[in-house]
Design a protein around this ligand. Structure first.
Ligand SMILES: Cc1ncc(COP(=O)(O)O)c(C=O)c1O
Length: 424
């Protein structure tokens, strides 16, 4: 474990970050919300730098503003949903137009059909689409459809891969029973032998393999998918008659609008999309192949707000604009600039920072730093210098970033690196 020079480690957190309004809201929240905040956004429970704000007021382009009025170049994009930039004019215009006509009614609007048509035209494997609200709705529906189609029970997932907050998938076991998890079987990402072992242990009962486009979970480094693994997962599913579910909730539309494994020539049977689909408006989608159409039609898919027209209008505007402007190409170029800059900061300062992941979804980690003290020092200092960089989750690039905003984030990262070096 890393030993810090305590004086140097405590020096930097001075002016920007959680201020009086943020602190007052936290105190009020603690009285009326259990713990004051829940889930991964609880800045105290998840051990974020002490100056990280909990509450935000507004956001535009690639900038977020906390409740105390501090502005940051943002590299979280609301944890993924913001693809084209906060308050994107084209998306907001589509939202205003739809809201003026109607959002929720006795049934869906024409936007539902238009959006399904657009997804079928955009996502290569898709012959149909159905909609929900959250990513968990979509991954849950994928599993249910796969079980309905195969008449089998087991869903195979990679260890520590996150697929939702429901009992089968949540990483926190409080309130979860063994029965809730009885049909989930784990294997190691990028390890075909472990997938084969999981299949062999449940022969004849594997309904689906659910997998993310690359390994983007846990507190270690991210791992790009091994093309042989992706091809192997496809081959295993074909051999045993199981459904291949690609969980695109986090990576969808940041690697390839056609589907994240399209450049590998691998197509899933079902995909779960959410976050980036509507540039921040609440919607998720399952896309699937003709072979699963009947099974999808047979399962009970519903939610009171699932057919809201406004998020559907936002999704149509988002996908159309992303395709028109080659948002993925632009984000990739900017992400490469960020990755190169971060790696050169690590080399020139000699700090033990490892940068991993896809250019549009990078992550940092410090060697020998299991309690994330260096990561927190680095990100806390970067925040002080005007950039929101996360110490343990992957970051997200949006198409609203510019070379200038990436360079500003890199300057803030360089300040963080100097403080880490001084503290080592
Ligand atoms: C890969 C993946 N799947 C599923 C989910 C669940 O999505 P939601 O939080 O919208 O329910 C997430 C959320 O981060 C995710 O990253």
């Amino acid at each position: 474990m890393v030993q810090l020079d305590q004086q140097a480690a405590q020096a930097p957190i001075l002016t920007r970050g959680s201020g009086p309004l943020d602190q007052a809201l936290r105190a009020r929240a603690r009285r009326v919300v259990p713990g004051g905040m829940y889930g991964h956004l609880d800045v105290e429970m998840t051990h974020l730098p002490v100056n990280f704000p909990q509450f935000y007021e507004t956001a535009h382009g690639a900038t977020v503003v906390d409740v105390d009025g501090n502005e940051y170049v943002d590299l979280m994009c609301s944890w993924g949903p913001v693809l084209l930039g906060y308050a994107h004019p084209g998306v907001e215009e589509a939202v205003r137009r739809q809201a003026a006509i109607g959002d929720i009614n006795n049934g869906p609007s024409a936007r539902m059909v238009e959006l399904a048509e657009l997804l079928v035209d955009t996502v290569s494997h898709a012959d149909w689409a159905v909609f929900g609200k959250n990513g968990t709705d979509a991954t849950t529906a994928c599993c249910t459809i796969a079980r309905a189609a195969t008449g089998r029970r087991k869903v195979l997932k990679a260890t520590t891969s996150y697929h939702g907050s429901n009992p089968p998938f949540t990483p926190i076991m409080s309130g979860v029973t063994a029965e809730d998890r009885a049909n989930i079987v784990e294997f190691a990402y990028n390890d075909l032998a472990s997938l084969e072992a999981a299949v062999a242990a449940h022969e004849g009962d594997v309904a689906a393999v659910i997998v993310t486009p690359f390994f983007h979970d846990g507190f270690g480094d991210l791992a790009l998918v091994d093309p042989a693994f992706a091809a192997g997962v496809r081959a295993v599913c074909d051999r045993i008659g199981a459904v291949l579910i690609l969980d695109e909730v986090r990576a969808g539309f940041r690697l390839d609008l056609r589907g994240s494994w399209e450049s590998l020539g691998i197509r899933p049977d079902l995909s779960a999309f959410s976050k980036a689909l509507a540039n921040g408006y609440p919607i998720s989608a399952v896309t699937g192949t003709d072979a699963l159409r009947e099974a999808a039609n047979g399962v009970y898919l519903t939610g009171s707000f699932w057919l809201q027209a406004v998020p559907m209008a936002a999704a149509i505007a988002t996908i159309t604009e992303a395709a028109r402007t080659d948002a993925v190409g632009r984000m990739t170029t900017l992400g490469e600039r960020l990755l190169t800059g971060l790696r050169s900061i690590a080399t020139s300062t000699g700090i033990p920072m490892i940068v991993s992941g896809e250019p549009t979804m990078p992550k940092i980690r410090f060697e020998g730093d299991p309690e994330m003290r260096l990561a927190n020092l680095f990100c806390g200092t970067a925040l002080e210098h005007g950039a929101f960089l996360h110490p343990w989750h992957n970051w997200f690039i949006s198409a609203a970033h510019t070379e200038q905003s990436i360079d500003l984030a890199l300057a803030a990262a360089a300040a963080g690196a100097d403080v880490v070096r001084a503290a080592l």
